[in-house]
Design a protein around this ligand. Sequence first.
Ligand SMILES: *Cc1c(COP(=O)(O)O)cnc(C)c1O
Length: 376
Amino acid sequence: MKPWLGDAEAQAASAAVLSGWVAQGPKVAAFEDAFARRVAALHAVALSSCTTALHVALHLLGVGPGDEVVVPSLSFIATANAVRHCGAEPVFADVEPETGNLSAATVAQVLTERTRAVVLVHQAGVPADVEALRDLCRPRGVTVVEDAACAAGSTYRGVPVGADAELAAWSFHPRKLITTGEGGMLTTDREEWAVRGRRLREHGMSVSAAERHSGGGAVVESYLETAFNYRMTDIQAAIGLVQLGKLDAIVRRRRELAARYHRLLADVPGLRAVRDPEHGTTNYQSFWVLLPDDAPLSRNDVLARLVERGVSARRGIMAAHREPAYAGHPRGDLPVTERFTDRSLILPLYHDLGEADQLTVVDELRAALDLPLVSH
Ligand SMILES: *Cc1c(COP(=O)(O)O)cnc(C)c1O
């Protein structure tokens, strides 16, 4: 992945600096409005990262010690960590082999009396089937929080991912489609969550610093609850506004590049590549492939060979339960998760990836799998 940044972002950051207001202020407010509109949510609260957005989301639900929150192990580790930051227990559920996402069927196996929420990840930008999961959770009083870190620009049943989410968390890390360096967003249709989310990100203050400074008169704030400093800066938001304007072009380009990978890899026996699920479209935040079971080399050897040949592929999606931070953490069987994390590989995909480079990636992958090269 390489972010698609240019002069417009540099000028926006520079203008924010020269304005003299660099902390959370008018640019953050404008970015929130524009982002909410883009994902068809009523409210957006900008935060310092998706990890802090997930933490605030769970905090808004009152998740705490003694509670369980279902998460996929097959995700960036921040998904599970956000649960622990609240003092609650992450409970790992397995994922669907087609999408790498949780489903109503995999979550149903691990729900207990103590389950308070499920964090549904739209992994690698592939939309998860949120309606089916909500139908399972709603009667039990369990809230579905969407980890949409990777999913800006993906769609679900014809509308943007996150459109009617109870709470959705987004990331602007450079590894995602649009970036602010670091940054995140929480979207919701519930006004009281947006109001309290804004307070939680800013030390629990009754009046934001930006409001105090623009208010004119003397305003003395009070601190209503113990909260956090999870603010985004106006420099980041200024960059984010420019990036958001490019989102449609970025998604279009990634889908075009993904279609070429699909064509070029179609005849590799046993290889499976990420695709649109039945219920939506992916932004191809990551182009993962599952290597054939009878591949001559292990996944790590394929990866090493690609890197040696100048192809910057990456291991596939990680599994949190395999990491030392979760050693000894109770869990059930996760066969699909383990297969994914062991057999998957992420191929280079970024906005200005050229055709010749893409052909080289495919040639090197075919060579690593002992397949004859084909003329393009
Ligand atoms: C990247 C990512 C995160 C963390 O996002 P940050 O903005 O870096 O905190 C969380 N969940 C998933 C699924 C991610 O891919």
